[in-house]
Design a protein around this ligand. Structure first.
Ligand code: SAH
Length: 439
């Protein structure tokens, strides 16, 4: 979502004369878009700011560069940033960036620091211009933002605010614009994307499943994905979309966090490990090719060896094609940060290593099962070697192939020759080079 937000910031600044540069060295404005989800991400802000300050200092006229901090660290630590990095000129949260032209003008006037971290009553989406999508084959589209779930480890409800769904017509318009600009694949984004409730005039709000079915009708949009889902909010319409909508890719990121019911309860997750098993089973009935990825936290307060084993057992049982896993990171202001029985760092480290060994083995195993099969790959651009293109399989695997440039932006059916831990190597099939699988 930060990538999407950053793109939209560029979109809204373009009409007032800003364009992207590759380095901060000669920039008039540097925006550091930040993440607050774990301590490590938040701490990186200060080292990055240090480097940006050097670039600013190297300029003949240091006032020529405005330094801004955006995103969730800005939202959570606005005042603190200005104290620790007094050379920062602008701080704004994730819900106020539609005001950028006005904020930037103020900052350039140098009449004092610009701080905008409120949650405005109006939605930024009502003020953003059409996204600039030219030359892209795949794009993000935020349909939902914020979270009302209050998992006890998580800062999202405090930094992104309450759940909000963009109206259906606004989403459809943005998607049509992307498709018209040549985008073939969209990933629908939301912190809790499957609790999407899109306003439609004269009808009940649309669910995510309904929205996906409608988006699939747009000419040229061949692939649809969504992230991130909350297991307890997967409904029948979404499961049906996995069965009935061929454009909906058979790959789902469905965070479970833990396999222990004790830990899930302490996390306020509102689902048990068995609920998750049952949900995966019904999704697999709807879409037998479904591959799954997930998020895991190890070392949540109170997690013991038995709880951790429950997580390992769940992973073993479900089988994941990919995953993100993290050591629990206490976040200021969240209930879990002050829970008793915080887990020792060494224990977290060992559990993470064991879990990642298992998840990596599953990912490699999944990639290996693809060798010898044919997969539809959306070719997105050039690979590292001359004559090589790179694309994505339906299962989000990076795929390399020797192929002519005119295939960029098309979906090609490729034979998978080799599997590596993070990518696949493939070759073109004779005679069928430009066939689009979904047509
Ligand atoms: N539903 C959210 C989840 C975002 S955070 C969304 O997609 O926006 C992504 C993952 O980070 C979570 O699923 C969780 O596994 C991990 N995470 C969140 N807070 C954490 C914390 N305090 N410590 C460690 N990992 C955390």
């Amino acid at each position: 979502m930060n990538v999407y937000d950053a793109e939209r910031m560029a979109d809204i600044l373009a009409p007032v004369g800003y364009m992207l540069t590759d380095t901060p060295d000669d920039a008039d404005l540097v925006i550091l878009n930040t993440c607050h989800i774990r301590e490590k991400a938040a701490e990186k802000v200060y080292s990055d700011l240090g480097r940006i300050r050097l670039a600013k200092g190297a300029r003949a006229d240091a006032n020529a560069m405005v330094i801004a901090v955006a995103g969730c660290v800005a939202q959570a630590e606005g005042e603190e940033i200005l104290k620790r990095a007094p050379y920062v000129d602008m701080v704004f949260g994730p819900q106020t960036y539609h005001r950028l032209p006005e904020m930037v003008a103020r900052a350039h006037r140098r009449t004092g620091v610009v701080l905008e971290t409120d949650f405005p009553a109006d939605s930024k989406f009502d003020h953003l211009p059409e996204p600039a999508a030219k030359g892209r084959t795949s794009a993000f589209l935020t349909v939902q933002e914020g979270c009302d779930k209050f998992c006890t480890f998580c800062v999202v409800p405090y930094t992104r605010g309450a759940e909000f769904s963009r109206p259906v017509e606004q989403v459809m318009k943005e998607a049509r614009g992307l498709a018209a600009a040549g985008v073939r694949e969209i990933t629908l984004l939301g912190q809790n994307v499957n609790n999407y409730r899109g306003y439609v005039r004269g009808s009940a709000a649309w669910s995510l499943g309904r929205l996906i079915a409608e988006l699939a009708e747009i000419d040229g949009l061949d692939r649809i994905r969504y992230t991130t889902s909350y297991p307890a909010d997967v409904d029948e319409e979404l499961i049906a979309a996995h069965r009935d909508v061929p454009a909906l890719m058979p790959y789902l990121h469905l965070p479970v966090q833990s396999g222990s019911d004790r830990v899930l309860r302490a996390m306020n997750r509102r689902h048990t490990a068995d609920d998750y098993r049952r949900l995966v089973a019904s999704l697999r009935v709807a879409q037998p090719n479904l591959a799954l990825s997930s998020d895991f936290i190890v070392g949540f307060p109170g997690e013991n060896d038995r709880d951790f084993q429950d997580t390992m057992d769940l992973v073993q049982e479900i089988g994941f094609a990919g995953a993100y896993s993290f050591k629990y990171s206490p976040r200021p202001g969240t209930p879990a940060a002050i829970m008793e029985w915080q887990v020792a760092e060494g224990v977290k480290k060992d559990r993470l290593a064991a879990l990642q060994d298992l998840l990596n083995a599953q990912q490699s195993g999944f990639n290996a099962t693809c060798v010898g099969t044919e997969l539809d790959v959306l070719l997105e651009g050039h690979g590292r070697h001359p004559g090589q293109l790179i694309g994505r399989s339906p299962y989000m695997q990076a795929v390399h192939v020797s192929a002519p440039d005119n295939l960029i932006g098309t979906i090609a059916t490729l034979r998978i020759d080799e599997a590596h831990s993070n990518s696949l190597a493939a070759s073109l099939l004779e005679n069928r080079q430009t066939e689009r699988a979904i047509d």
